[in-house]
Design a protein around this ligand. Structure first.
Ligand SMILES: [Zn+2]
Ligand SMILES: [Zn+2]
Length: 228
């Protein structure tokens, strides 16, 4: 196996509360990156036990340990975690990782703890080890956390150097393949981004990295650069 190896994990599905999207089903994708320093997990999916959230989103969920096991990864092999942001669909099972460093932007941490942003009991748990960042950070060689605010103030993406060029894990900085290609469909995330200017700047930033491949937090499909 050549490292790093990026494995897509389907963590669940949900119903959009917006009536105009009633016929669409949302998906929640996480990613496990096997690299020389261990396994880096990007996003943990919805958590369990919140009745209100379950009624609103009617989610189907997968235990993160099961999703990893299907990819041949033991949960104990995960040596670091990051959430693209702290909304409940991306960070709901963080508590499966006690004593594991979880990288989060300080701005995201602050907003989660001062506003109605997420389900806090899924974020704050005994033996949690959050590492607060202010901007970009490279926790491992060739694996970089890139600050991409817009959807939330502390949104972040990943840029991973691979044998086939740079792979970007956009998280929710860009919602779908169509939005990435500049032909946004009804699931685009820009129109309802709280900070649209930041959203645009982050999208431009990710494009400027000239990735060979891009994965998304809410799209099963990935985008691949056409070979010249
Ligand atoms: Zn969100
Ligand atoms: Zn989301």
């Amino acid at each position: 196996m050549t490292l790093p190896e990026i494995t897509q994990l389907e963590l669940g599905t949900f119903r959009f509360p917006d009536p105009e999207l009633a016929d669409r089903t949302g998906v929640i994708m996480g990613y496990a990156i096997r690299h020389r320093g261990g396994v880096f997990l990007f996003d943990t999916g919805f958590g369990y036990g919140n009745v209100e959230l379950d009624e609103t989103y009617r989610p189907t969920k997968k235990r993160i340990a099961d999703a990893l096991a299907e990819a041949g990864i033991r949960i104990d092999d995960v040596t670091a975690v990051a959430n693209c942001h702290l909304h409940a669909d991306h960070s709901g099972q963080n508590s499966a990782f006690p004593d594991v460093p979880i990288y989060v932007q300080a701005t995201e941490w602050d907003i989660a703890h001062t506003t109605e942003h997420t389900i806090l009991e899924w974020i704050d748990f005994p033996s949690s080890r959050y590492v607060q960042l202010r901007g970009d950070h490279e926790p491992f060689d060739g694996l970089r956390i890139v600050a991409t605010p817009g959807h939330t103030p502390g949104h972040q993406s990943l840029a991973v150097e691979t044998d086939h060029g740079l792979t970007v894990l956009a998280g929710q900085a860009v919602y779908t393949v169509e939005e990435w290609k500049g032909v946004p469909d009804e699931l685009e995330g820009r129109s309802n981004a709280p900070d649209r200017e930041a959203y645009d700047r982050s999208t431009e930033r990710l494009h400027a990295l000239e990735p060979a491949r891009v994965h998304f937090g809410h799209d099963r499909r990935s985008w691949t650069q056409a070979r010249a």
